[in-house]
Design a protein around this ligand. Structure first.
Ligand code: SF4
Length: 163
């Protein structure tokens, strides 16, 4: 394969071309490399080998249960304080109803991110995911960013991962 700028990718490219399995160490090199054009070419080669010219898409709906947030990032036009114009703060049933109104056959994912609410207990988030899973079986719930998980960990006084 020509045009590889990161020499560490040469043996990996050979493996990919030969259809060999990559190692954990190969994965770390792919993660670190700045040679994104080669990375993309290798990824596309494997994709086309597996799936030809088919491409698969996620059919996703985006929902935010609240825009109430105490963090105050200076770039953020989304955040609102309690009582501020444009603020919303939905209970579990309201989130489910909002999704149900917009539900279309073929939906594969409910993508949820929102503000860092200062008062909602951790149980609210568990109830919310449970209600969405029960109301829309078979639809993946992709919920919350690392920053939100950090917020929930503080609310629940729990660690963010297994230790
Ligand atoms: S944490 Fe998110 S919602 Fe809150 S202010 Fe920052 S970017 Fe906005």
């Amino acid at each position: 394969m020509r045009g590889i700028r990161d020499p560490r990718l040469l043996p990996i490219a050979e493996k990919v071309l030969e259809g060999k399995r990559l190692s954990f160490e190969d994965g770390l090199v792919l993660y670190e490399t700045q040679d994104l054009p080669t990375l993309m070419r290798l990824a596309n080669l494997v994709r086309e080998r597996k799936h030809g010219h088919k491409t698969y898409f996620v059919h996703s709906i985006r929902v935010s249960q609240t825009n109430i947030c105490y963090v105050g990032c200076t770039f953020c036009a989304f955040q609102r304080r309690f009582g501020e114009e444009g603020a919303w703060d939905w209970d579990v049933d309201e989130v489910v109803a909002w999704v149900r109104e917009r539900y279309q056959p073929g939906l594969t994912e409910i993508h949820m991110t929102a503000g860092h609410h200062p008062k909602r207990p951790f149980s609210y988030y568990l109830d919310l995911v449970r209600a969405l899973k029960e109301s829309f079986p078979g639809v993946q719930v992709k919920a919350w960013t690392a920053a939100e998980i950090h917020h929930f960990a503080k609310v629940a006084r729990m660690p963010t991962g297994r230790s």
